[in-house]
Design a protein around this ligand. Sequence first.
Ligand code: HOZ
Length: 426
Amino acid sequence: MSLFTNAQRVIAGGVNSPVRAFAAVGGDPIFFKSAKGAWLTAEDDRRYIDYIGSWGPMILGHCHPAVVSAVSDAAENGLSFGAPCVLETRMAEKICEIMPSIERVRMVSSGTEATMSAIRLARGHTGRDKIIKFEGCYHGHSDSLLIKAGSGALTLGVPSSPGVPAGLAEHTITLPFNDINAVNTAFAELGEQIACIIVEPIAGNMNMVPPVPGFLESLREATAEFGALLIFDEVMTGFRVAKGGAQAMYGIEPDLTTLGKIVGGGMPAAAFGGRADVMESIAPDGPVYQAGTLSGNPVAMAAGLATLEHLDMPGFYESLSASTRRLTDGLAAAADAAGIAMSTENEGGMFGFVFTDSGPVRSFDQVAAADIGRFQKFFRGMLDEGVYLAPSAFEAGFVSAAHGVDEIDATITAAEKVFATLGSNL
Ligand code: HOZ
């Protein structure tokens, strides 16, 4: 019996998160037993160059010695206290230092918890129910946010999940990403009822789609004018596209920010934070309730802190960006040489590629109209060549500091080989 078949007997769908099931690319998912640097090792001992990085957290590469040693030191002192510890304060100080828009922070255990809590806070603080999100953006799987969502929901064709009460869904307004007019129209009609906008400032759950000039600025202006809050979901982009996240890159100060992935350094930790006056509405200071048994867990704080501290190394982001650019430039050149229409994006350690001749990709409609069949063949060919890409055309990819020229160039060579089998579409 295959490992996947065995898992399916006892785990719903055989996986603990749907996109891992390979449903969109065919075949069984690979089971891994270890990881080091840029490499994953499967149960059958095959090695793969990893461009998922646990979906973002592993910016230093797998098993970075400083992170592993911080985790084992912390574990020696206790796995969980369910009470305050100084590591939490140090983590909060570090986050506030890196992202000055965050004056107060609250640690949670997952990105879903961070976005769910930020939405409740925005509603509680403003006394309004309606929220705006964008089609193809994914903010975790809480009820209000699983409407026209990206990531696994989009991959599996259930962007608006059954099980979300209609009475709740009616308060979620979904607009096209990068459509400034749609935002202004929604505020002109319903501005006084809108609690917040939540947005991935660079969308990473419908492949990778950067904001058009003026889009994020228009969100800032509309929310400020109507007394709504602007939430940047930087679970993916935080510490990833730049140390200070997309908000530092674009020079926009959101009212609230959600963080996950890198902030936990590979352990389950996430956070939300922002303006002090807004965060004061959270219990125990204020009436908006939010809590968690493992929130601020000392082992997770140690892993996250060790990771964030490493980002201060001189030239860290220059080198990471250069690696990512080398990868996307190489992939683009290989596709071009094979006569294959492909559009690529890269920022910091995050990248995307879409099989389309309509690039640059700036809308959900462009991603939705891309050649998914070609992606599936490319994915499978690359897997055969020992390159582990996200098993979905709607996910961004991640490069770590452990990806050297050797790994990047081996990936490009693999792509040249696979593209040659796909046939030109130009
Ligand atoms: N939501 C994640 C991708 N954007 C996938 C999480 C997982 O499968 O681990």
